[in-house]
Write a protein that binds this ligand. Sequence first.
Ligand code: AMP
Length: 401
Amino acid sequence: MKVLVINSGSSSIKYQLFDMTDESVLCSGLVERIGEDMGSLTHKVAPDTDRADRIVLEQPIADHEVGMRLAIDLICGEKGVVKDKSEISAVGHRIVHGGESFHHPTLVDDSVMEELAKVIPLAPLHNPGHLAGMRVARALFPTVPQVVVIDTAYHQTLPPKAYMYALPYDLYEELRIRRYGFHGTSHCFVAKEAARVMGRPFEEFNCITVHLGNGCSMTATENGRAVDTSMGITPLEGLVMGTRSGDVDAALHSFLHRSRGMTPEEVDFMLNKESGLKGLCGMGDMRDIHAAIAKGDERARLALDVQTYRNRKYIASFMGVLGRVDAIIFTAGIGENDSVVRSKSVENLERFGVKIDEKINDQRVSTPLRISTDDSEVQVWVIPTNEELAIARETKALIEA
Ligand code: AMP
């Protein structure tokens, strides 16, 4: 079975075609700068093998339909990895926000499209692009089942005490203002992988998943169900990220309005694009921050300290949420690669049963790695995330059900 995974953004489309017999990637690609004067498509054949090959097209790409057609022409046909579109058994779509309507991967029909359109006010930057990609994919593959795998779905098991903000209740009733949580596909994938490598049934598994990439979030999972998470109604709340502030005092908006005359839009932009690591030291990429620290840059050191301190506070609070923690799992760009961040994020947690082995922590591998000591009560793991594979697996599971 071959499953095409599509992540369609406002001006880009990412795709991967999986052969689900061995979960290999047959090809992957990225269409960028849709709607701009000049667009591009980078298409990679067998990207994870030594037969890897790549094609780059530079041309104007007027809209999602043009972009998707260009990609399909490279995927299917004489020179494609499949000879005909009919060889593709299913399409899985990544969706950032499903509001409260979606608890599981769902087969796409007109009513699903309508539901996702209703959630646009909660995710104005993401859902319109997803819907544009889905419309084109449905037109190009009219007889192929299409599945939405939604980033907020994993967190729909949060209890009200975790998802409600302490605000006037009618805001929830009228506007569905609540914590939704994001990166759910990644949290679910690495939590299940950890249970698998530890030989534990997922339904009895308690863990804290720490997704540290450009965006950062943390989720507490109890008996295989998410019970709390750091991101909120939008992906701004919680941890310190590349350019996002994470938690700040909610009075900041009005304070900045009074003291600097900033509009709500300007404050939003600042919190999402000019804050986090970048706000503190001018660099949003952790690799640059380490290089600057090595040269004695104090602001870079501060940015590292602020991020890892916040991680530690959240880990400790989620330990309080769970009581028994079987594993803490680090994943995504920073979580998978940065031993310093991992080490500083669990500093001072020895008395809570968390001990890491610094020598193992320093190793770089691309497979799951346990970095805790043998006598650590809580196991600590590095588990590479793979959201596209997770979407392909969920898509396959749903259409076979
Ligand atoms: P992601 O969003 O998961 O792709 O993660 C992207 C982020 O991971 C980058 O902005 C970097 O801050 C970080 N990153 C990637 N590679 C490394 C590395 N080798 N060491 C430290 N941080 C890294």
